[in-house]
Design a protein around this ligand. Structure first.
Ligand code: SF4
Length: 870
């Protein structure tokens, strides 16, 4: 076995350190890095199972022009020529890059430099626009610079943690575990502000299920109440904050507790409880995420939170800060190099002196002098023919952007589309004229910055397969072919890191807190050995000096916009988000059989009252329709929704399902300051989709293509794939998807049941079970038969000898433990708390991601069972 290599998780903005020990050419043992400050050895379910995602299944391994495999020279020459020709004919703004928070900082830096300094346009935007650009705009308005004024250590020091618009338990699980540890060890209070009752709310001291889009009213109401009680910090305000004339007078109008409760649709008593708790606990961290940012009022929502912290002096001190937590592993690195169309580089904007300064530093021939098109506008410009050449790197806009049907039309129309990606088949790749095989996690070499400004190395521990290349190399090769040889003469990531560090320090003179000058001359060996470090220290705003001309922060007046009442045609409000064990469009997490079982299908969560009105039941299929489009989902009934609200996940694509296409549904409306789309509240309607039959198919690999029917979703299972299917008419055509081999079948016309299995040399190669009227058997036993070597016709019974109850939906991915097993253990063994479940079953004892779910199950278990446990 080789030595462990310290690297960083590929997924979320927590930025956990990983110790990766290769065990073979494409296998690796994954552990948490005990020495990393973000996670101290812990990993969530996604990080824990990263080792299952490094195989080559589905990888893009060669440059492709159309469907033809070509060499690198031919592909790069074509990309450089088409971009150069387009710029020559139509100008610099006729081309664009759409990049990703999955890129490393070094990749980002080279792409940004090429577009803004050499092509001469700022048409480079990133999928981080969809994630946290409102936080960037809010920071810039309040602090004069995009500064996150907190670190994870503040969570350990806080007495009150307020989570706003953040399902932390699912989306940032290690941060959530850290919060729970603080609660246990220090008695830290937890308040969750979220329209949905998510697993994050389990065990919280208070959950405020506010009406979607009323965050500004809530924060303004709290600030007005604090001011009225004389609890704002006048000393801090006078010394460090510029307050616009009339700020307090305006705030005093319409923000009394009763009006605030009515606007937010929460109980006045609960609101009072929150206000009093906030007043009593100066050490407060307000941690916010996509629920705040992904709104057409996102920037105002961010500033409403920051106003509260500035006015109460809860900033720049241990345990006191507004804290934006990012979705992606390197959203922050992208912000630092200027990977957004609205920023220039190294935390500088497009002020003429900044353009001149960066131009001097780069010796740039053609500097962009104004911001470029932000993501939604950029794809609109492609659709309108204004952008004629597009390069997409490490992202999947055909799935993830709002109004995705228009995005697909734009891609279809674009004369030249290049996609650099790890995967061969993506929804966006289907529109590419050129596809370039990029390095994947485990092969990449560079740095990432997490949500608390900690910069960590991502180190390779596997060889680049076939023709795959790092993104920075691909971009610099194109830049050199476009004529800029010496400006892009990088040999290694360390060359780029040094240049980035030099630029942050170049003529900075204390104007910007981002200053990595200490790294400007770092040697290659030191770069290789770089330990995680947090730029700006723990509290970069501790001295009360901000990056504004007068060094004071700004209170920004923000007002609650009227939230549109549901319309007749669109009586529901659609909210969207993530699942615990999946990441973005599932190109990596979808490879893990363990992660797949937590949620096997895209669900639309509906409140029981709405379900009754709409005539849908759990397990039905339903079509969610908005003004932009529609998609079909499996119905789940959940009183965690507010009545009138529905929720769908963002992960499913054409590659994995016929339905569940959430990106088709949201409006392409954006926040006026940040350009971030509002994914969280789209007017919608829902209607039942009737089907005559339902069933499932289990196939041994290789299996990618979905069966052709109304509903077909695919997940990876050990040794193959599981497809859930449903449709109308004769389902016999599904048998065409079964492999060749010995066929056994059992058809029961009375029950409308058809069971067909294919056996090859005693091993199960595929099975199809469809019913028109009856129940379907558990999938688990049949999935297990993919590994058996003596399968016979009895496999059609879909169960082994003896009584084998269905384990139910997977709760613990690490130990593959299902809901039914947990409920049975609670009942039979009288288990009264989460540790007891862990002791009995192991659930929750490894990564800990399922502990909130275990707590929720305990909450829902009848009291007499729990009483018996005492
Ligand atoms: S919380 Fe989970 S997904 Fe996020 S960085 Fe840590 S291990 Fe990775």
């Amino acid at each position: 076995m080789r030595q462990p290599i310290r690297t960083t998780c590929a997924y979320c903005g927590v930025g956990c350190g990983i110790s990766a020990t290769p065990t073979g050419p494409r296998t690796v043992e994954i552990k948490g890095d005990e020495a990393h400050p973000a996670n101290r050895g812990r990993l969530c379910s996604k990080g824990t199972h990263l080792g299952e995602t490094v195989e080559l299944t589905g990888r893009l391994l060669h440059p492709m022009i159309g469907t033809k495999r070509v060499g690198w020279d031919k592909a790069l020459d074509l990309v450089a020529k088409r971009f150069a020709d387009t710029i020559a004919r139509h100008g610099p703004d006729s081309v664009a890059f759409y990049v990703s928070g999955q890129l490393l900082t070094e990749d980002y830096y080279v792409a940004n430099k090429l577009m803004k300094g050499f092509i001469g346009s700022a048409n480079i935007d990133t999928n981080s626009r969809l994630c946290m650009s409102s936080a960037v705009a809010g920071h810039n308005r309040a602090f004069g610079e995009d500064i996150v004024p907190a670190s994870y250590d503040d969570l350990d020091a806080a007495d009150l943690i307020v989570l706003v618009g953040s399902n932390t338990a699912w989306c940032h699980p290690i941060v959530y575990q850290r919060i729970q540890a603080a609660r246990t060890e220090r008695g830290t209070k937890l308040v969750v502000i979220d329209p949905r009752r998510t697993e994050t709310c389990e065990g919280a001291d208070l959950h405020l299920p506010l009406k979607p889009g009323t965050d500004v009213a809530l924060m303004n109401g709290l600030l007005a109440w604090m001011e009225a009680q004389g609890l704002t910090d006048r000393g801090y305000l006078d010394a460090h904050v510029q307050t616009p004339d009339g700020f307090w007078e305006k705030l005093a109008q319409g923000h009394d507790l009763w009006t605030t409760a009515k606007t937010c649709d929460v109980s006045p008593a609960q609101l009072q409880q929150f206000f009093e708790l906030f007043a009593a606990t100066p050490r407060t961290v307000t941690l916010f995420s996509q629920g705040v940012n992904q709104s057409i009022r996102g920037t105002d929502q961010v500033n409403a939170i920051i106003n509260l912290h500035l006015a109460t002096g809860r900033i720049g001190k241990p345990g006191a800060a507004p804290f934006s937590i990012t979705g992606q592993p390197n959203a922050m690195g992208g912000r630092e190099v200027g990977g957004l169309a609205s920023t220039l580089a190294a935390h500088m904007d497009f002020a003429s002196e900044n353009v001149a300064r960066v131009g001097r530093f780069w010796a740039a021939p053609t500097m962009a002098s104004k911001p470029g098109l932000k993501a939604v506008d950029l794809f609109r410009a492609i659709g309108e023919g204004r952008i004629k050449a597009l390069w997409v790197m490490a992202t999947n806009p055909a799935v993830s952007l709002p109004d995705a049907a228009r995005v697909r039309e734009a891609l279809e129309r674009c004369p030249f589309v290049v996609v650099s990606d790890v995967m061969a088949a993506t929804d966006t790749g289907a529109y590419a004229h050129v596809r370039l095989p990029a390095a994947a996690w485990g092969e990449k070499d560079g740095t990432v910055t997490n949500s608390d400004r900690t910069i960590s190395r991502q180190r390779p521990f596997m060889a680049l397969p076939e023709q795959a290349k790092p993104d920075w190399w691909i971009i610099k090769e194109v830049a050199q072919r476009m004529g800029w040889r010496s400006a892009f003469a990088y040999q290694r990531p360390a060359d780029i890191w040094r240049e980035h560090a030099r630029l942050t320090a170049y003529q900075n003179e204390g104007q910007r807190l981002l200053d990595l000058g200490d790294h400007a001359t770092i040697g290659n060996d030191a770069y290789e050995a770089m330990e995680p470090f947090r730029w700006g220290g723990q509290h970069p705003l501790a001295d009360g000096r901000f990056s504004t001309p007068d060094r004071k922060a700004r209170l920004v007046p923000v007002t609650q916009m009227e939230v549109q009442a549901p319309l007749g045609a669109w009586p529901l409000t659609l909210n969207t988000g993530r699942y615990r064990d999946q990441w973005h469009t599932m190109t990596r997490t979808g490879l893990s059989a363990k992660l797949a079982r937590h949620r096997e299908e895209p669900l639309v969560e509906v409140h029981p009252t709405d379900a009754l009105t709409l005539g849908v039941a759990a397990g039905d299929l339903a079509r969610v329709t908005t003004a932009q489009g529609d998609s079909v989902f499996r119905v789940a009934i959940s009183d965690c929704q507010r009545p009138g609200d529905i929720f769908t996940p963002i992960h499913w694509t054409d590659q994995t399902s016929t339905g569940g296409r959430t990106g088709m549904l949201p409006r392409p409306l954006v926040d006026p300051h940040s350009g971030q789309p509002g994914f969280k509240s789209t007017p919608a309607r829902l209607s039942k989709v009737a089907t005559e039959w339902k069933g499932f198919m289990i196939l041994r690999e290789p299996v990618q293509a979905k069966p052709a029917c109304l509903w077909a979703t695919r997940v990876t299972v050990p040794g193959g794939a599981l497809f859930e299917v449903a449709g109308n008419g004769d389902p016999a055509h599904l048998e065409a998807r079964l492999p060749k081999g010995e066929r056994v079948e059992a058809v029961d016309p009375a029950r409308g049941t058809r069971r067909v299995a294919i056996i090859v040399e005693g091993r199960l190669a595929g099975v199809l079970i469809v019913t028109r009227t009856g129940l379907l058997p558990s999938r688990d036993w049949l999935i297990g038969q993919l590994a058996a070597s003596d399968v016979g016709p009895a496999v059609l019974a879909a169960r082994g000898p003896g009584n084998q109850p269905d384990k139910g939906a997977t709760i613990c991915a690490c130990f593959d433990i299902g809901l039914n097993q947990i409920v049975a253990a609670i009942r039979q063994q009288h288990l009264g708390d989460v540790p007891a479940i862990g002791q009995a079953l192991g659930a929750g004892t490894n990564c800990g991601s399922c502990r909130p779910a275990l707590a929720a199950i305990l909450m829902q278990t009848p009291q007499e069972v729990l009483d018996a446990a005492e």
